[in-house]
Design a binder for this molecule. Structure first.
Ligand code: NAP
Length: 280
């Protein structure tokens, strides 16, 4: 199959590596000529260009730019696509993206591979990033079943577990398990940085070990991506942040009141609930 990837960064580059390895012919478009050059030199794509006209022969196109670049990219892309081309995206937010693309391209299915890293760009693209990860597809009533099947088959071939849900359901679910954790983790780092005593602050930084590494990882990632999550998933993220604030207030109250049995009860619930989340 001839597959187009637009946006040769972490996700686009990693998809290109695996798809090419599976025997597909991969055409890449990125913003900077240096990135296109690097993608060719590393054998990540068969051809690369900064010109979206390269997508004219692609049977499936993955839009892998940052969320903020999707609209402008779509405007320039549509005139180059052949009517049968299946278009999909990898954006971390789905409702706004689907509302934007579906009326412009009938053969479109929204997608989100649930894999990532703290770093961004083609330098950190890697093989098998998506193995054993969820790949969520968010078709709507008008999405052609053949488009869904095509993208689902490709995702499955990368070793992903494929799920289908409505775009809004996706956004509420990822607010809980992806976007809220970024804000909590970033708040944790920023709160620690506010320690006023220099000695204590230095000691904390030296003592930090696996627990802090795990809980601070997603908060120390790409700021641009965090802002995009908040901007494009504002309502769902706010709902989970309000709920989280209530939980935090409850912990504060129990600790202030030295209500250890109540605190223990809360922690028992957390311990019992954690295994419900796959990947933990
Ligand atoms: P990234 O590493 O920053 O890659 C995006 C790439 O897109 C950049 O390297 C840039 O390449 C290129 N680009 C920027 N503007 C462009 C434009 N107007 N036209 C063509 N290419 C352009 O970002 P990413 O982490 O791969 O994220 C890409 C998408 O994946 C986002 O929609 C994000 O929501 C989604 N996603 C991210 C993660 C994650 O954890 N990172 C996980 C799942 C989904 P140049 O070098 O050419 O400038």
């Amino acid at each position: 199959m001839e597959i187009g990837i637009i946006g040769l960064g972490l996700i686009g580059g990693s998809l290109a590596i695996d798809l090419r390895q599976k025997g597909h012919r991969v055409l890449g478009v990125s913003r900077r000529a240096e990135t296109c050059q690097q993608a060719i030199e590393r054998g990540i794509v068969d051809h690369a260009s900064t010109d979206l006209a390269l997508m004219a022969t692609a049977e499936v196109v993955f839009l892998c730019t940052p969320l903020g670049a999707i609209e402008a990219t779509l405007n320039h892309l549509v005139p180059h696509l052949s009517p049968a081309t299946v278009l999909t995206d990898v954006g971390s937010v789905k409702a706004t993206v689907v509302e934007l693309i579906a009326p412009r391209w009938h053969n479109f299915v929204g997608g989100h591979p649930m894999a990532g890293k703290a770093e961004s760009g083609l330098d950190v693209a890697q093989a098998e990033l998506f193995v054993d990860r969820a790949y969520v597809l968010t078709p709507i009533n008008t999405t052609p079943p053949t488009a869904i099947e095509t993208v689902a088959d490709l995702a499955q071939s990368l070793g992903c577990r494929v799920y289908h849900c409505r775009p809004e359901e996706h956004d509420r679910a990822v607010a809980w398990i992806s976007h809220l954790p970024v804000m909590i983790s970033a708040s944790l780092i920023n709160a620690c940085l506010q320690e006023p005593n220099h000695t204590v602050s230095t000691l904390a930084q030296k003592f930090a070990s696996s627990g802090f590494r795990d809980t601070s990882r997603v908060g120390g990632g790409n700021p641009e991506l965090g802002v995009m999550m908040a901007r494009y998933n504002q309502a769902a993220l706010l709902q989970s942040l309000y709920s989280y604030r209530q939980q935090l207030d409850q912990f504060i109250q129990e600790i202030e009141q030295a209500n250890w049995p109540a605190l223990e009860q809360q922690l028992i619930l957390s311990q019992q609930g954690r295994p419900n989340f796959s990947g933990t």
